[in-house]
Design a binder for this molecule. Structure first.
Ligand SMILES: Cc1cc2nc3c(=O)[nH]c(=O)nc-3n(C[C@H](O)[C@H](O)[C@H](O)COP(=O)(O)OP(=O)(O)OC[C@H]3O[C@@H](n4cnc5c(N)ncnc54)[C@H](O)[C@@H]3O)c2cc1C
Length: 329
């Protein structure tokens, strides 16, 4: 058994200090991801800093949006009347993930930070550049059914498994962090990384930085929306592909669209070119099909995930139909 030190942090400053001075220390929130990884020997912390007593458990209304504390449980976010009214896409996405029990334990900060579900990352007997830099990518020529079709590198083809992150990407969230050098806000687009040459880094947090909250700006994207997740089972399974769609409609005209996909890249994947195409267009099957074609530009599949090249555009088209009201959800 690996020995580790357990510390309970009573204020944010001491939590940051404890983690910043030890590269093998980890914050502990709901524990639903970290403890699994520890049991499997994928992550071997020398120190756990329990942050559950820090004051980050509120959802607050701001003049320009909502501030959701990093320790609010996934269930409380999804069930919040403020979230359901202003950001129903986020509620839908969270409820599409995991199980009620897990959502009760899982936190916003932990969900943002959850690691990939690539089987080569989870199995310490197999090569994985993310777990052990330089050991190779087992998935590249191995079982790569769940893997990326956008933004991968020859070092890593894993995907970010979160549902919540996909909605947050579509809703232009900002992740607020506090670290040894002070506080900063990171736009969600810059929070998660593509693997490049350093697949061991999932995100752009610096050593010791603690997520304190996420802010969501109010927008007109709270009426016509859909989070459609396609998976092997209808519950308790990670996305093969998911599509978050939010439309600002004026009659039948799309004033603006927000589109993001999950299960396709190392980070929640925003479909900016397709959004641009849909701006000012009419709600129509033809326009949705063209948008999906545009969204798929640059996609590249591997031996066992070729099916995603069809599944991804079809998921996006169906999610657009649901969001615009031309198909039942
Ligand atoms: C069986 C199973 C099925 C699942 N299915 C889905 C699914 O379908 N969709 C989905 O999206 N997710 C799914 N999940 C993942 C689940 O959502 C995550 O495990 C959960 O969100 C992690 O949150 P946590 O609070 O438990 O994090 P923890 O396990 O406590 O921490 C995870 C990581 O985040 C870091 N961390 C936590 N809080 C902070 C913070 N405030 N600042 C900085 N770092 C922090 C920790 O140090 C750790 O590295 C599933 C999990 C399981 C076990």
């Amino acid at each position: 058994m690996n020995q580790f030190q357990y510390n309970k942090a009573n204020e944010p400053h001491s939590a940051v200090k404890l983690v910043a001075k030890d590269p093998d220390a980890h914050f502990l929130a709901g524990g639903t991801n970290l403890i699994d990884l520890m049991k499997m020997g994928v992550v071997n912390p020398t120190k756990l800093v329990d942050i559950n007593h820090l004051p980050f458990s509120k959802i607050e209304k701001l003049p320009h949006g909502l501030r959701i504390g990093a320790l609010v449980s996934n269930s409380d976010v999804a069930d919040s009347e403020l979230v359901k009214a202003g950001f129903p896409l986020l509620s839908q996405a969270i409820n599409a993930g995991a199980s009620p029990q897990l959502r009760n334990m899982a936190t916003v900060g932990g969900n943002l930070m959850q690691r990939t579900r690539c089987p080569y990352f989870f199995d310490t007997t197999l090569p994985c550049n993310k777990r052990k830099p330089g050991s190779g990518c087992g998935a590249l020529e191995g079982i790569n059914r769940m893997h990326a079709i956008f933004g991968a590198s020859d070092q890593c083809i894993a995907v970010n498994p979160s549902d919540m992150n996909v909605a947050m990407r579509a809703l232009n969230a900002t992740v607020h962090v506090s670290g040894p050098k002070g506080a900063r806000g990171i736009p969600i687009a810059d929070f998660h990384r593509l693997p490049g040459e350093q697949p061991e880094l999932d995100n752009t947090l610096k050593n010791g930085e603690l997520i304190t909250a996420v802010e969501l700006p109010y927008s007109a994207f709270n009426k016509n929306l859909s989070y459609l997740k396609i998976r092997d089972r209808t519950s308790y399974a990670f996305a093969l592909v998911s599509a978050a769609v939010a439309l600002h409609l004026e009659g039948e005209t799309i004033k603006e669209a927000r589109l993001a996909m999950g299960g396709v890249a190392h980070k929640p994947w925003r479909l900016s070119a397709a959004e641009e195409f849909l701006k000012g267009k009419m709600v129509s099957e033809g326009n949705f099909r063209q948008a999906a074609q545009i969204a798929m530009k640059g996609a590249k599949a591997y031996q066992y995930n070729q099916f995603k090249l069809k599944l991804a555009p079809n998921t996006l088209i169906q999610s657009l139909r649901i969001a615009s009201g031309i198909a039942a959800s």
